[in-house]
Design a protein around this ligand. Structure first.
Ligand SMILES: Cc1cc2nc3c(=O)[nH]c(=O)nc-3n(C[C@H](O)[C@H](O)[C@H](O)COP(=O)(O)OP(=O)(O)OC[C@H]3O[C@@H](n4cnc5c(N)ncnc54)[C@H](O)[C@@H]3O)c2cc1C
Ligand code: FES
Length: 297
């Protein structure tokens, strides 16, 4: 894992952000990658990110680890927050490995506001776990550092076994950890659990069944989306250049406005309220519950 500090080229203040936010960096033409801001939102001069080397990936993290040099200029193409910190009486944070990055500013914020918090932070070994010293300095909470080689896996049943009406749960980490937390929170109050995935769910990479038609509101053109293609692929084949990155419903880059019809969402980005409004979709994974979907293109 390496830590990068980013500043604006002309020395001006950086845009304001809130805990849970991430930036989108264009590492090379067409190669968009996302990194959670893990510094202090009060610092408007520097953005801090931490990047894990992902040897099974498509080369983004390798490029950061091997090719970037101090002083290089990187286009930041977006600042988003799909993982906002909701107001709650108390907080339970669960982080696995590099998933500590969005959680760290959340814990700092909650500690600063004097709300009770618990952080359960797992990793392979103590030496591989970033920011332990910084976390220990945060007050008013209950910090559990759980290196797997010393203590085994996180005791999720212990932390999540009894639903709590006034606790917000935030989880970020490897897919299997998020899946396990989702499973244990199935009987918690609706909206209590908030997760952010850095890698797609295995199932998200495959298209849902069924074909449907998409109508483009601005031209009236109608396109058929067959069962074996995503809406994004069909729009690209029709000549639309739609910003995208993960192509798996976890980053929010490809978001489109819906004019009519009912999307079948399949993503991990939109909130329940956004899904229910039927006003947005992510064409890399979303399909349609209605025979025709009209999008703002
Ligand atoms: C909101 C958000 C915040 C993030 N924050 C951080 C952060 O703070 N630090 C950090 O190190 N990383 C973060 N990431 C991940 C980061 O954006 C990159 O994905 C990561 O650096 C790896 O890039 P890569 O090009 O090397 O690999 P990628 O090609 O992005 O692959 C990453 C992993 O996902 C798998 N994968 C890729 N595409 C698919 C697919 N379609 N279906 C199934 N599996 C797939 C790969 O096998 C690999 O294991 C974040 C991602 C998101 C969406
Ligand atoms: S490209 Fe990431 S959500 Fe669609």
């Amino acid at each position: 894992m390496i830590i990068l500090e980013l500043r604006s080229v002309d020395g001006s203040s950086l845009p304001a952000w809130t805990p849970g936010a991430h930036i989108e960096i264009e590492l090379a033409p067409g190669m968009l990658r996302h990194y959670s801001l893990c510094g202090d939102p009060a610092d408007r001069d520097t953005w801090r990110i931490a990047v894990l080397r992902e040897s099974a990936g498509r080369g983004g993290s390798r490029l950061i680890h091997e090719d970037l040099r101090p002083g290089d200029v990187l286009p930041i193409t977006a600042l988003r927050n799909n993982f906002e910190l909701a107001d709650a009486t108390r907080y339970l944070f669960i982080a696995g490995g590099i998933g500590i990055t969005p959680i760290l500013p959340m814990v700092r914020d909650v500690a600063h506001r004097g709300r009770p918090w618990t952080l359960v932070y797992g990793g392979r070994t103590r030496a591989s776990m970033a920011f332990i010293g910084e976390l220990r300095a945060m007050t008013g909470g209950d910090l559990h550092i759980v290196p797997e080689d010393e203590h085994g896996l996180l005791d999720l049943d212990g932390y999540l076994g009894t639903p709590s009406a006034d606790t917000a749960v935030y989880c970020c980490g490897p897919g299997p950890l998020i899946d396990a937390v989702e499973q244990r929170c199935a009987n918690w109050p609706a909206g209590a659990l908030h997760v952010e995935r850095f890698t797609p769910k295995a199932a998200a990479a495959t298209c849902a069944d069924g074909e449907f038609d998409v109508q483009l509101a601005r031209s009236g053109t109608c396109l058929r989306v067959p069962a074996d293609k995503s809406l994004l692929e069909v729009l690209e084949e029709a000549g639309f250049e739609i910003d995208n990155s993960c192509r798996a419903g976890i980053c929010g880059t490809c978001e489109l406005a819906v004019v009519d019809g009912i999307p079948e969402h399949n993503d991990d980005v939109l909130t329940d309220a956004e899904r229910d409004s039927n006003e947005l979709l992510l064409p890399c994974v979303s399909r349609s519950k209605s025979a025709v979907l009209v999008v703002d293109l």
